[in-house]
Design a protein around this ligand. Structure first.
Ligand SMILES: [Zn+2]
Length: 137
């Protein structure tokens, strides 16, 4: 599934936001931001459980040139709008990551703690991945 719409654009240039989802329920999905030339300039990867209405932000990245223009916030806001009413958490956060998610929590009043998956389905996927990795070595 792919959709297009314009995010808040710095300098009036249209930035394109694409939503990509894997076919498997609970699989990794992502929002990708592209600049007017089509280069990837930001990405938010997440997994969500439809049944429990919980989700987990795996990774949030905005390239250096486009930072501090609200694109990271735009990505998180798009995610919250896309999966309204879900509870979220994040993987382990770096220091700038913690400050960013604390600011997002204040802005959206949605709590974004870091820690383990919020439901057994997402946890199960993690365990299966571990098992696969362990068998591979
Ligand atoms: Zn679940």
């Amino acid at each position: 599934m792919t959709g297009f719409w314009n995010a808040d654009a710095p300098d009036g240039q249209p930035v394109r936001l694409t939503y990509v989802s894997t076919a498997a329920p609970g699989g990794t999905a992502e929002f990708i931001l592209r600049d007017p030339c089509g280069r990837v300039i930001g990405r938010l990867r997440f997994r969500a459980c439809h049944e429990c209405r919980t989700g987990r932000i795996l990774d949030l990245w905005v390239c250096d040139m486009w930072q501090r223009q609200g694109l990271g916030r735009g990505l998180v806001r798009s995610l919250f709008a896309h999966r309204r009413g879900y509870r979220w958490n994040t993987t382990l956060q770096s220091r700038p990551g913690r400050a960013f998610f604390a600011a997002m929590t204040r802005e959206t009043t949605l709590s974004l703690p870091h820690g383990g998956p919020l439901c057994p389905h997402l946890m199960g996927w993690l365990r299966r991945t571990w098992r696969r990795l362990l068998h591979a070595y």
